[in-house]
Write a protein that binds this ligand. Structure first.
Ligand code: 13P
Length: 240
């Protein structure tokens, strides 16, 4: 029986009312679905107080364990506040914070040292896709992070295939294309692989039905409690 991870990445947004959001999530804990919400860092304590079936994730983590790194937050500190997952290498951070593969590898290891599960994001740009370089780019990104991880470390990891052209555009990858890339990623990463990029209530079922897609990393639609909890319910049904 398949297990799913449904993770929401709120980015630098919060729902209009956290209390109303929380109230919508008051449904029974879904079986065989791990639900994660990654809010902006100051809101981590609010999300930690959500119903128990929601795990809390961070959107980023420092590569360092402690020290003079102004503005950074260590994995151990996040763990104190109940954080279980940390997104690393999101394309928005790769693009605007100079996060290269080596740094994503170090952040992944920092998360693992503190017992967090890293959600390692990879994905190609539109130009790379149009040049037929998708597999080359994505397998390089995945290899750079996972190549140095032990089997035990991989057991705590999650990978997320997020084609950059699909993020926030409403143009999700075709489910079969996403599935093929997730299969490639899974061969190297040997951990669950999520798809992210314009996942919505309308397309969640067709995406989650694919054999090599173990869940979704959801931006915009995760800010809508109703849509997010219905996507969790779709995953629960598919896993039954
Ligand atoms: P959207 O679901 O808004 O396209 O965002 C995807 C994403 O970047 C999740 O990390």
């Amino acid at each position: 029986m398949k297990r799913f991870i449904i993770a929401g990445n709120w980015k630098m947004n919060i729902p209009p009312s956290l209390d109303e959001y929380r109230a919508v999530l008051k449904n029974p804990a879904p079986e065989r679905v791990t639900a994660v919400i990654c809010p902006p860092a100051p809101f981590i304590p609010y999300v930690a107080d959500f119903p128990d079936f929601i795990s809390v994730g961070a959107q980023d983590v420092s590569e360092h364990d402690s020290g003079s790194y102004t503005g950074e937050t260590s994995a151990a500190m996040l763990s104190v506040f109940g954080v279980k997952y940390a997104i690393v290498g999101h394309s928005e951070r790769r693009a605007s914070h100079f996060e290269v593969d080596e740094l994503v590898n170090r952040k992944t290891k920092a998360a693992l040292r503190a017992g967090l599960s890293p959600i390692v994001c990879v994905g190609e740009t539109l130009a790379e896709r149009e040049a037929g370089r998708t597999v080359e780019v994505v397998t390089r990104q995945i290899g750079a992070v996972f190549g140095s991880l032990s089997d035990a470390e991989r057991e705590s990891c999650v990978a997320a295939y997020e084609p950059i052209w699909a993020i926030g555009t409403g143009l999700a990858a075709a489910p079969e294309d996403a599935d093929a890339m997730c299969a490639e990623i899974s061969k190297i990463a040997r951990c669950p692989v999520l798809y992210g990029g314009s996942v919505s209530l309308a397309n969640a079922e067709s995406i989650l039905s694919q054999a090599h897609i173990d869940g979704a990393l959801i931006g915009g639609a995760s800010l809508d409690a109703d849509a997010f909890s219905r996507i969790i319910a779709i995953a629960a049904e598919l896993s039954a």
